[in-house]
Design a protein. Sequence first.
Length: 380
Amino acid sequence: MEPIIQRWYDMIRINSVNGHEAPMADYIAAVLEGMGLTPHWSYFPEDAEAKERPSLWTELDSGRPGKTLMLIGHIDTVDVTDGWNTDPFTPTEVGDRVYGRGAMDMKGGLAAILETLEYYTSHKDEISGKILACFVSDEEGLSKGTYQLVKEGLAADYAIMGECRYDNVAIGFRGRYSFEVTVHGVAAHASHYPAVGENALITGGKLAAAIEALPTLTHPDLKHGTWCVRYMEGGNAGTLVVPDSCYLFVDRYVVPGEDDQTCIAQIMEAAASLGLADKVDVRLKPRSSPYMQSFALDKSHPLVTTLQEKFREVTGKDLPVAYDPSVCDSNILAVSLGIPTVTFGPSGGGMHADNEYGYPWQVKNCAEIYRRTVAALLCP
C-alpha cells in the first residue's frame, strides 16, 4: 500500500471524535518527528490541565528568505451512531470508495498535508520561505483549537484549508451569530386572562415571525444572509399562570457589511414596530470562542489562480471557485489572522452521517496539487 494511503487508513482507525483528539495528535506528532520536524503542542484554556484535546503545528524552513504558506486541517470528527454498515473505525474498501469515520471529513486532507510535508523535508532546495502545517482540535465544536493558534500569533502569507471539497475551491464563507431574545409579558391567574395579564408567548410568536421577515444585505457572490428562529420556550404547563416571559434562540448567517450589532439593531427595530421596544431584551449568545465573520477572497488572487492551475495540470479539468453558505475554520484564518485562505481537499460522501466514505485517488491527487502549489508560491 502506498504510504499516503497507509497513513489515511491509520488515521481512520483512530477514534478522534470531538472531545477525544489526543490519540490522533499523538499519531501525527510521531509522523512529524519521523520526518525530522518538531511538533509544537497547543492547548486551549479549558484543556490546559487535562491536555486531552491538543492541537499541533510544525514549521518546515527552507533556510532561505521568502513567504510562508500554511497547510491546515482538523483532527477531530463528529460522533458515530448505530446506522453504519461497517465498523466506522476500520477503513473498508467497497469499489473505489473507502468507508470510515473521517474518511471524507477530513483525514484524507490530513494525509495529503503530511505527504506534502514529507516531500519538502527532502526537497528544501525547491522552495524559499516556510511551510507552516497546523493540525487543530475542536473544529467540529467551537473551533477552540484554531482560535488558540490565533492567540499564539501564528502567521502566514497564504493558507490552504484541506477540508473536503474537491470539485471546487471555496474562496468565501458567510459569517454566523446566535442571539438570545427575551420577550417580557405580565403574569396573572389564567382564569382572569385576557382581561388581565399579558401572554409573552403570543407576543414572542409575533416577534419571531417579524424577525424571520427581516431583510438582509446582499453580496455578489455570497448572495445574502438569513434569519432562523431555532428555538422558543416559555410558560409552565403545570401552573395556572399567564406566561410572563418567552425565550427565543435566533440563528443568523451574515455577509460582509453585517455584524452582531447591526443584527441586534434589526431585532430591536422589529420589536419597536410591534410596540414591544420596552418589553424585549436581546444579547449575543455567550460562548467561549468568538463568532465567525464573513469573508470573500478575490478570485484573481495568486493563491486562487495558482491552485486552479495546478489542479488543471494534475487532473486535466478546471477547478471553479465557490462561496460557502456556512462557516468553518477558514473564516478564522481569513478574518482573525488576515491570511488569504482557500478551502480545498479530498472529498467523498456521507459527511457527518452514517457510512461516510472517501476516494483514494482524490487523496493522492490533492497531495500532488498541494506539492505543486507550494512549489509555485514559494518559488526560489
